[in-house]
Design a protein around this ligand. Sequence first.
Ligand SMILES: Cc1cc2nc3c(=O)[nH]c(=O)nc-3n(C[C@H](O)[C@H](O)[C@H](O)COP(=O)(O)O)c2cc1C
Length: 324
Amino acid sequence: METGFTVEQLRTAATDAVRAPSLHNSQPWRFRLRDGGIEVLLDRERRLPATDPSGWGARIACGAALFNLRLALAVAGTPATVRLRPYPTEPDVLARLVPDVPRRPTPTEQMLYGVIPHRFSNRAPFWPDPVPADVRWRLGEAARAEQGWLEMVIGVSAVNAFAEVARSANRVLERDPAYRAELAEWVRSAPASDGVPAAAGGPLGEPQDLLPSRGFGGRSRAPGRDFEPEPLVAVLGTAGNTTTDQVVAGQALQRVLLTATDAGLGVSMMSQPIEVPGAREALRLSLGRFGTPQMVMRIGYGQPGSPTPRRSVDEVLDVPVGQA
Ligand SMILES: Cc1cc2nc3c(=O)[nH]c(=O)nc-3n(C[C@H](O)[C@H](O)[C@H](O)COP(=O)(O)O)c2cc1C
């Protein structure tokens, strides 16, 4: 009797997993089949030492990839039971998935899976149309379904206070030559299978902008094409901040992003205030709630974003000899 996942199932699901977002599109993940289980590993070779010294961002990205993997398996009728950080002595194995009882996918799983190829970061200005309350509620539910929380920053003064924290975090990062050099290394002007192509990097930041942007080397904006004056800013967090919590946060992030995509929303991520410890603490205190902020998002309606490339699945699979 077949008791484990097959290489073919791994390969198919990994094709969806790699569509997950990652810091500078660094794609810090590997997938392998071991004893019939699919495992998600953090790839230390692809960590960003200056931007992400603790590995928080790599674990968020792997958590997001894990969420896509779970969806792909469920939609194929072979859902998985997941154990996070299954081996205490192998901290880079972030998750192990073993087959659960086969069943039909739920409508929510089908919906979330269906929008995986249509989710891109959208760093352009959004239209002024507000995001309705029921859609905001859906986004919060998406985070809660994955053991995360989502707080909207509501009101002009709260948004301005957040923006001040975010801009000052960005200034702290930009003063660091190693951070600037690392960012420049991941901006792509020629076709590549990783990094951020200029076309997807969003417009160049300008002095009047409320929120900071990562300098991915985009184009200047046409006059008057400014960012929305009162953006919808949402903070995603988890109860704690262990390495396991960060993998949980990645899954919750991906569920929020896919739910937003299904609702026709664009999202850009903004992690400067998470990367600078003082800013992260200021953000946590300003929200007045327990737990740890793990990601900030700007959400709104706008022109669709453009896709970024991914490495081929063969580059991220570790398959037992003789099964490739
Ligand atoms: C942990 C993490 C942090 C990120 N931080 C930022 C950020 O500060 N600014 C930004 O524009 N994009 C940020 N992103 C988005 C990535 O740049 C983006 O996911 C990657 O380039 C792939 O593009 P895609 O999201 O369109 O697939 C972040 C993504 C992750 C997972």
